[in-house]
Design a binder for this molecule. Sequence first.
Ligand SMILES: [Zn+2]
Length: 478
Amino acid sequence: MLLRILLSSFALLMILSAGTVAQQSSARVSRQRTGAVPTAKDRLAPTSQDAAIAAALKEISAAQIRHAVEWLASFGNRNTLSVEQPAASGHGVAAARDWIKSEFERYSKACGGCLEVALDTFIEPPADRIPKPTQISNVYAIQRGSDPENSKRIYLVTGHYDSRNSDTLNTTDPAPGANDDASGTAVSLECARVLSQHKFPATIIFLAVAGEEQGLNGSQHFAKMAKEKGWQIEAVLNNDIVGGNQTPGDKLQDLSTVRVFSEGVPAAATDKEMSMLRALGGENDSPSRQLARYVQEVGSKYSGRTFHPTLIFRRDRYLRGGDHTAFNQQGVAAVRFTEWREDYNHQHQNVRTENGIEYGDLPKFVNFEYVAKVARLNAATLASLASSPAPPANVRLLTKQLENSSALVWEPSPGGLAQGYEVVWRDTTAPDWEVSKRVPKGETRITLPMSKDNKIFGVRAIDTKGHRSLIAVPQPER
Ligand SMILES: [Zn+2]
């Protein structure tokens, strides 16, 4: 009897919940005016954590980050033009360069030589903020992917280690650059220290550049070099001013979030691509924007309830620039992480007190716990990307025939890690992907009942553990 009651309540429950689904579906049908729309279960659900990545993130330490920021500030003035001061003096950008290199080498020693540490040194010719030919060095460490085929894909994290005070050309007075951008350099270093203890099929590069304050010189050189060498950089995370500035009495800083800026119209788009973009409304779907959405998804998976990225659909802050743009100009997907609210008294300022206001970019204004949260978000993104299969290749939306359904085709994800695909879509006015549908392994096409004119589609590859690739947006095939 009891069993019968239980069974009948269960049946009632099923009818009720089926009713709810039916209501939701019918609401969607009337809105979309399509036939077989996806059911509620197709809504883009949060994906589960990778336990190894979650464990690695726990190793990221605010104390380590504090050590790096204070150490970098101790070089006094890291203006790019101070390079003539000998590194042995412990003052200037050359001393900072050598220290960053020695840190990467120390981490490499701790992982049995798993990092290839190198300098990218060049002479920058005179320009606006460079009075004479100046030697600039980028410092980087490569953690080569463990899978020969997938190690061709590179994911990169960067920050700039040069600094400035009120005068862009001043190389002697204090320019501690704790927030701008020892904080971002510390993110690169801490990601290297922690992720080098783990293995990933794809390659990660940890980078610290100079010349940012003189005109993005270091990142421009590195991005061009990478292109010339044929390095397949698939994503760049640029951290610049991620210190969570805390001015006593400031109640408007928000330490629960970090802004992630991404370009909409790609800086490197060709005329043909621009014309397609204008015709189809692709200005919200650049590779950099997909990367930003990836960061958002990773954040919801790993950052917990107390911290989240805020996507800003704009290349950078008003009329200001950063190193991610140098990569964008070479056609590479790149985003910028910056704290919620900047304090302009604490950047690009001579260290001084005037009318009771403290000016200068000092370590005491940096919130190291906050920088650690930003570093965890970066590390989670890098680890997820470097664990994931490559995106499917040559994704196309078939447009030869006029029809009210949408047929997508693609070529398999190269590298052999993919165990299937996921097609995602959203309304043209929606900021992020809304719905997903799994496509079984071996299949590389799908026809969906809704009209391509009313949706934006994307396809990504998934491996057995649920790691997702970046999303590839289809090109029309006529
Ligand atoms: Zn900066």
